[in-house]
Write a protein that binds this ligand. Structure first.
Ligand code: BG6
Length: 477
């Protein structure tokens, strides 16, 4: 068996705009909902806000030089809507679009394929003020206007467009990923209404990408769900969880309709989105071409009696102390999530499961037969900068190694994978835990409280990944 990945395999890494760029109000950028959300989280929990983040806006040339040194042939980033349309609609901010022209040119000059995401959690704040943001169907037209503009601007430079990042995670953690006005936060049907608006927006983005001859695909945070035991009722609960957490999204992207069991369950519980005539037709006419997989962990579920408890969507660990989870997603009569006793976890209780990635590739390729790319995969950890200026992140190397091996095993069985872009190229503002939890191949010297100079330092994983890329994925030691 040849251990090498194909010569044209895309090796790189990923980031998103508000998590790395900073310059939150520079050169005409407007506020995004993430500027507001992270300012509030700073006041409440002490996590960094998004104003400076990793200062990539000013240091992008230095960052691209480091990417080049690692041998990247691709880089996934996102385009901040509020940099281009500071009000969400209306006039284009020329300096904002120029930043992405410069970034894309610099990447291409260095032989790195730019892979942009159109939307990564950062809706322009004026649209929240105007009509509640994603809560209103009006957002679809504004997103379409933004997407069309950007796609036309960069049509000659971009092959792969990632449309919307992680709709299912937005449903689960909706107040963290979206600004939800307090008066709506008890209305859980709106989680699925937001998602429906995103599905419409996603389909329109695919349409515009196809009109200019590109390829479009969504990025989904995808965790397979295992049954906690081999009891039939737990197996069925795992199927239910997969339907509501995963297939509910994928069927829209790749088949043009909502998964029937999941949608019926939502209807029975007053949670289903309101749709208009023609919505599913729009989905069906604008299917996605590839699936951008954000894989971190697998999940586990067991049966949940009908009368046991209320619905809940998410548990979170804010402290980074193992076991400090606030709860587990629960849907009466359908499933309840739980820890998997068979797997080790990160400090934030995310299960580490490379075989789960292999399972995902195999399962989804059988069902949808589309190419995949990994657009996130990573280990959030407390990295330590040692006095000699090094970061010995052997745990991250082990994590990447095992997930790259899982990728290769799936490819050897015929699954089409075009690239591996783990999370993250450099340390960035975690969506849930500030700068305490780090993912990068490149260390950014700042803390939640002190932005310092944001100096770049190569971690051990940087040197390791460079070797991996140079050997086409053969040298994983
Ligand atoms: C994904 C997101 O959900 O997971 C990223 O697309 C995020 O934006 C990543 O940073 C890791 O999650 P967190 O909460 O640890 O930053």
């Amino acid at each position: 068996m040849n251990n090498a990945f194909p010569k044209d395999f895309l090796w790189g890494a990923s980031t998103s705009a508000y998590q790395v760029e900073g310059a939150a109000l520079e050169d005409g950028k407007g506020l995004s909902q993430q500027d507001i959300i992270n300012t509030e989280r700073h006041e409440k929990f002490g996590f960094a806000d998004a104003s400076v983040a990793s200062d990539h806006y000013h240091k992008y040339k230095e960052d691209i030089a480091l990417f080049k040194e690692m041998g990247f042939t691709s880089y996934r980033f996102s385009i901040a809507w509020s940099r281009i349309f500071p009000n969400g609609d209306g006039e284009v901010n020329e300096a904002g679009i120029q930043f992405y022209r410069d970034l894309i040119k610099k990447l291409k000059d260095n032989g790195i394929e730019p892979i942009p995401t159109l939307y990564h959690y950062d809706l322009p704040w004026p649209l929240v003020e105007k009509y509640g943001g994603w809560l209103s169907r009006k957002v679809v037209d504004d997103f379409a206007n933004f997407a069309k503009y950007v796609i036309n601007e960069f049509k000659d430079d971009i092959k792969y467009w990632i449309t919307i990042n992680e709709q299912s995670i937005i449903v689960q953690y909706w107040t963290q990923k979206c600004y939800i006005l307090p008066e709506y936060q008890d209305n859980n049907q709106l989680r699925y209404q937001i998602n429906h608006h995103m599905n419409l927006a996603q389909a329109l983005a695919c349409k515009y990408v196809h009109e200019v001859g590109g390829l479009a695909g969504p990025a989904l945070g995808y965790a397979p769900v295992y049954a906690r035991t081999c009891k039939p009722e737990d197996q069925l609960a795992a199927l239910n969880a997969n339907d509501l957490r995963n297939t509910y999204y994928l069927d829209v992207y790749f088949r043009g309709y909502y998964n029937v069991a999941a949608l019926t369950y939502l209807k029975q519980h007053g949670l289903a989105p309101e749709m208009e005539e023609g919505d599913e037709q729009l989905f069906a006419e604008n299917l996605s071409d590839f699936f951008a997989i954000n894989y971190y962990d697998s999940q586990c579920a067991h049966a949940c009696p009908e009368d046991i408890t209320e619905h809940s969507w998410s548990g979170y660990n804010l402290t980074g102390k193992k076991g400090d989870m606030s709860g587990f997603e629960t849907h009466p009569g359908f499933y309840q999530m739980c820890p998997n006793p068979e797997l080790k976890t990160t400090d934030w209780d995310w299960a580490i499961d490379p075989i789960g990635l292999e399972y995902v590739y195999r399962d989804l390729y059988t069902r949808y037969r589309v190419p995949f790319m990994i657009t996130e995969n990573g280990l959030g950890a407390y990295d330590e900068l040692t006095p000699d200026g090094k970061v010995h992140d052997d745990y991250r190397i082990e994590y990447f190694r095992e997930h790259i091996q899982a990728t290769k095993r799936a490819m050897d069985l015929g699954v089409e994978v075009v690239g591996y872009m783990p999370w993250s190229a450099l340390d960035l503002l975690s969506t849930s835990n500030g700068y305490k939890k780090r993912y990068g191949l490149i260390y950014v010297d700042r803390t939640d409280d002190d932005v310092k100079e944001c100096k770049r330092i190569k971690k051990d994983s940087f040197y390791w990944y460079k070797k991996v890329i140079a050997s086409d994925g053969v040298d994983l030691d």
